[in-house]
Design a protein around this ligand. Structure first.
Ligand SMILES: *Cc1c(COP(=O)(O)O)cnc(C)c1O
Length: 389
């Protein structure tokens, strides 16, 4: 049995708005343990790189099966640290899907390299392998060296690591898995954290495993990259912190956040089960009316979001307003594909175009989800959606 799971006894009326993600319910469930963990940090006072940081890194290695876990300040820094450790820089092309959160591409120009936008598979919203292959050829034509690909586990679903990995290997590129939304996902028996040469994740509060502030981590099986990452997150430290042997950053995970994450990890697997159950119920209830998420055999999603695609002719803005009036919050992740954002408009794209990314941006809708959405809320969401699509 899942202890204190769900809020089915709490009535959901139109007067009581449904939370998009009920972090308060989770906090109520784990409050005692979190309080004790926080008090322990206040008592020992090692706020930076205290013992909870190493304890969390060991726990996350255990959980994912990765050989090394290196925590850092957030999921965006994690991507920059990965590119730095891999030596990505001037003249390099790094391939990212056009349909993602901007942070996936943001650090590539920072590292001195050029982001190249690939299209997505319209069924999974994840990077399309054929598009990656076209983009690699295109980058070479532009005089760039293909250096790395950053597949994204969008909405929690692991990317197509088999086909993408094959193309990466052929082009002698590294795979940096952006599992900011994918922590907890499984790809053919292997957990997120082990699916790229280096995997990055985020502990932003709304991610599948979130802390109470910013946080992130990197995973790798490679000893050399792990050593570089440990140095680079800490001002490029060598044998000690005042022996700076390379350029780095200040990107450590706070001890307090590590302590909170250790407590959250104790309920994480039960939450994954609850999120899967909710996704299954949404899919069963909605699949006749909207395009529901597709999860291929052998994969499981961490369900960072439950995102449907609206059919032609449904006015998304009007639908969202109608749902909001009935106490149902929704979100559009993401309304604009990367290549249409002004900060990223000048970068190379798939020469065949980015049609699926554009269509996804125009039609997606993310519904209230998470492990703590009650049955009454679920029924209200489904019946309202069915009545208005
Ligand atoms: C959240 C997110 C990031 C960045 O993580 P932060 O911890 O917020 O910096 C990167 N990529 C994707 C796909 C994300 O969803």
């Amino acid at each position: 049995m899942l202890k204190k799971m769900g809020n089915s006894d709490r009535p959901t009326t139109t007067a009581e708005p449904i939370p998009f993600l009920d972090l308060a319910a989770q906090q109520a469930r784990i409050k005692e343990g979190v309080d004790a963990r926080i008090q322990a940090v206040l008592a020992h006072g090692q706020y930076i790189m205290g013992p909870e940081v190493a304890e969390l890194e060991a726990a996350l290695c255990d959980y994912t099966g990765a050989r090394h876990c290196i925590t850092c300040a957030n999921g965006t820094d994690a991507i920059l640290l990965a590119l730095m450790a891999l030596g990505v820089g001037e003249g390099d092309a790094v391939f990212v899907p056009a349909f993602t959160f901007a942070a996936t591409a943001e650090m590539i120009p920072f590292a001195g390299a050029v982001p190249v936008f690939t299209d997505i598979d319209p069924r999974t919203f994840n990077m399309d392998a054929a598009s990656l292959a076209r983009c690699v050829a295109h980058a070479r034509d532009e005089g760039l060296r293909p250096a790395a690909v950053i597949p994204v586990d969008l909405f929690g679903l692991p990317a197509d690591y088999d086909d993408l990995g094959r193309i990466a290997a052929e082009a002698d590129m590294r795979v940096v898995a952006d599992s900011a939304q994918g922590f907890g996902g499984v790809h053919k028996g292997r957990r997120a954290g082990t699916l790229g040469d280096i995997t990055t994740t985020s502990f932003f509060p709304a991610k599948p495993l979130g802390c109470y502030g910013d946080g992130g981590a990197l995973f790798t099986d490679n000893d050399e990259w792990a050593d570089l990452l440990r140095s680079m997150r800490f001002h490029g430290r060598g044998a000690d912190k005042y022996d700076n042997v390379r350029l780095g950053m200040n990107s450590r995970l706070d001890t307090l956040q590590a302590a909170i994450l250790l407590e959250k990890l104790t309920v994480f697997d039960e939450e994954l089960v609850a999120r899967q159950l909710l996704a299954d119920r949404y899919t069963a209830a909605l699949s006749d009316r909207v395009t529901v998420p597709h999860v291929a055999d052998g994969l499981s999603s961490a369900w960072a979001q439950y995102t449907v695609r609206l059919p032609d002719g449904v006015d998304r803005r009007a639908l969202r307003e109608c749902l909001a009036e009935r106490g149902i919050p929704t979100n559009v992740y993401y309304p604009t594909p990367m290549h249409r954002l002004s900060a990223y408009a000048d970068h190379p794209c798939d020469p065949a175009g980015l049609r699926h990314s554009e269509e996804a941006a125009a039609t997606v809708l993310s519904l209230p989800a998470g492990a703590y959405l009650g049955s009454d809320a679920f029924d209200h969401i489904v019946s309202t959606l069915l009545a208005h699509t």
